[in-house]
Ligand binder design. Structure first.
Ligand SMILES: [Zn+2]
Length: 339
């Protein structure tokens, strides 16, 4: 099979012939039909964050068609369409037992990110429990984007506790931010979309944002006050995680407001204990999503609540061009598609 291999940090990836994996007992061989590309891939390439053993096959947003199943697999059969939950969780720890499996400290790897080969290849072989059926009517490319961006968006919105009529600032209108915006707008929330790229205004408004803000720092906090009756926003969901975005987000919150940090970078941000305590502000983290968040995201696509964020597709052979395109910036998502 053809696969794109990361041999050294910084890339480029090399397209090579690799042996096609065979499913062992309990495993499923999936023919990759679509694989999303996002900022996590750039972090891997740049050596920030996870450090898989090289060479490695990236690709953590995988949707495909079952090609073969190993012994003992009854829930899937060849021809079935499926999306991949990319955390290989232990299933037994206190987090796994309480439906917070994305916090499992004993993961057996992360598909396309750590120890488990991902979807920048024609086939992926995984334990059957990593697969979730792709509902009828949901394309492989949209299904793929649910596997990280979509489930992360659902989990972040839940962590925010946003309610009908709230004003919520969403910082960073990339893949996750675009789906967060759609989810909040569908739930009757007024979304203030923030992005450093002024050219994203039309895109953000098309996703359902009520207002687009291109300011940063104190200017952003001032604008947030301005468009929220002078009291600040109810919630902030920061998908960027730079010191500047977290500080501006925190300063934009109303008393009793909550900021959810979803995106992250190596930068810490200064947090005033006085500001936190006296205003009863909250700052919470949100990591990717649970298996059920992925399932619900697929259902929201099937039901028509969510619209596609895919704007561009590339073939596997052009994966380096696709990564360069992502790095240069774009509105919407890039997905690798396979025949
Ligand atoms: Zn666990």
């Amino acid at each position: 099979m053809k696969a794109a291999l990361l041999h050294k940090l910084g890339g480029p990836l090399a397209i090579e012939e690799r042996p096609q994996p065979q499913p062992a007992a309990g495993e499923v061989l999936l023919k990759t039909r679509a694989c999303g590309i996002d900022g996590t891939d750039l972090k891997l390439l740049d050596g920030f964050g996870y450090a898989p053993e090289l060479p490695f096959v990236m690709g953590h947003e995988v949707a495909g068609q079952v090609a073969a199943v190993g012994a003992g697999v009854n829930e899937f059969a060849p021809g079935d369409r499926a999306a991949v939950y990319n955390f290989l969780t232990c299933g037994a720890c206190p987090y796994c037992r309480t439906f917070r499996e994305q916090l499992c400290p004993q993961m057996g790897g992360i598909v396309g990110v750590l120890d488990v080969a991902g979807g920048y290849a024609e086939y992926v072989c995984l334990p059957a429990q990593q697969l979730i059926a792709l509902p009828d009517g949901v394309s492989y490319r949209d299904g793929a984007t649910c596997c990280d961006a979509g489930m992360t968006a659902i989990h972040a919105v839940e962590r925010s506790g946003a309610r009908l009529g709230d004003r919520v600032m969403v910082i960073g209108i990339g893949g996750v931010g675009s789906i967060v915006t759609q989810l909040l707008a569908a739930a009757g929330v007024k979304v203030l979309a923030v992005d450093s790229d002024a050219a994203k205004e039309d895109w953000a408004l098309s996703m359902g944002a009520a207002v687009f803000l291109n300011e940063a720092g104190d200017d952003l906090a001032a604008r947030a006050q301005c468009v929220s009756e002078g009291i600040g926003v109810d919630r902030v969901i920061d998908v960027v995680g730079l010191a500047g975005t977290m500080s501006a987000g925190f300063a934009s919150l109303r008393r009793g407001g909550r900021m959810v940090v979803v995106g992250y970078t190596p930068e810490p941000f200064p947090l005033s204990g006085k500001e936190l305590a006296q205003n009863e502000k909250e700052v919470v983290g949100s990591r990717a999503g649970r298996r059920d968040d992925l399932r619900r995201c697929l259902e929201l696509y099937a039901g028509g609540t969510l619209r596609s964020i895919v704007r561009q597709t590339y073939a596997l052979d052009a994966v380096n061009e696709a990564l360069a395109h992502l790095r240069a910036g774009l509105r919407g998502r890039i997905v690798l598609t396979f025949d």
